[in-house]
Design a binder for this molecule. Structure first.
Ligand SMILES: Nc1ncnc2c1ncn2[C@@H]1O[C@H](COP(=O)(O)OP(=O)(O)O)[C@@H](O)[C@H]1O
Ligand SMILES: [Mg+2]
Length: 253
């Protein structure tokens, strides 16, 4: 991974929510530094409230911050189509649009007008997430897992540099979750895209991540580990148990 170009560089990121003007609020993130390589898949673990979502929102351009966030070497402070967020919520796609129109909508905003081209792109990405045949369906006709697949297809179709995923599988049942993990792993290998994936699930972090970070209070990076386990990774993989314990203990502390 070391010889790949750096796609994301976070330098001295500090975030303070100034809720009351006269009170000196504590920072939520303090001097956070992180570099990510192109095509890297980063899993982030950490206790609730340690600032994971806030960090992602800063990268997405949804929050003001102190410090510097560079994407492809360019300083970013506003949302852009080079960074797309995928949430836990099943209702992040428009309920009044069909599956294919949901995927095509941001592409139209980006200036693609040709109907055949739009159709070709939405078909291609629906196939990638195993949803071929659902083009004309509406979100209410889909299961939670299918809606999350649409959200992933919609994100990928925009060809962002970075996909920011905030516990996207947290509300799914265990079997659907395992299936989506395997699919996402497969897709992430094919796309020229960098992934940041927040999860509370240690198994999920290990199965997906090329690299796993454990964050603690104020966005402190407590563990930053390359995942060297042979793929596909299962709980029976040699080394899995040690890694699981390492992360588990670091989160608990
Ligand atoms: N808009 C906000 N205003 C004030 N405090 C916030 C806001 N958003 C998040 N926080 C606080 O920031 C801390 C980190 O939250 P968050 O980034 O959501 O953590 P995590 O995703 O790791 O659970 C929490 O203490 C939370 O209450
Ligand atoms: Mg969160």
């Amino acid at each position: 991974m070391e010889n790949r170009e750096i796609i994301l560089e976070i330098n001295h990121l500090t975030k303070v929510f100034q809720d009351e003007p006269d009170v000196n609020a504590e920072p939520i993130l303090e001097d956070l530094n992180l570099q990510l390589h192109r095509k890297e898949f980063l899993s982030i673990l950490g206790p609730s409230g340690c600032g994971k979502t806030t960090m992602l929102r800063c990268i997405a351009g949804f929050e003001s911050y102190e410090g510097e966030i560079l994407v492809g070497g360019v300083s970013t402070t506003k949302p852009g189509t080079d960074r797309i967020m995928v949430f836990q919520d099943f209702n992040q796609i428009f309920p009044w649009q069909t599956v294919e129109k949901n995927i095509q909508y941001p592409l139209k905003l980006q200036g693609i007008k040709d109907k055949d081209q739009l159709k070709a792109i939405s078909d291609e990405y629906l196939k990638k997430v195993n949803l071929d045949g659902t083009q004309k369906k509406y979100p209410h006709q889909l299961s939670g897992g299918m809606k999350q697949r649409v959200a992933i297809a919609k994100a990928l179709a925009q060809k962002p540099k970075i996909i920011l995923m905030d516990e996207p599988f947290a509300a799914l049942d265990a079997m659907t979750r395992n299936k989506l993990q395997a699919e996402l792993l497969n897709i992430s290998r094919q796309e020229d895209c960098t992934f940041i994936f927040i999860t509370h699930n240690i198994q999920e972090a290990i199965v997906l991540g090329d690299r796993i970070i454990v964050m603690s209070k104020k966005g402190k990076i407590k563990i930053d580990k390359q995942n060297t386990l042979a793929r596909p990774i299962t709980p029976a993989s040699p080394g899995y148990g040690d890694m699981w314990t390492l992360f588990h203990d670091a989160i608990e502390e």
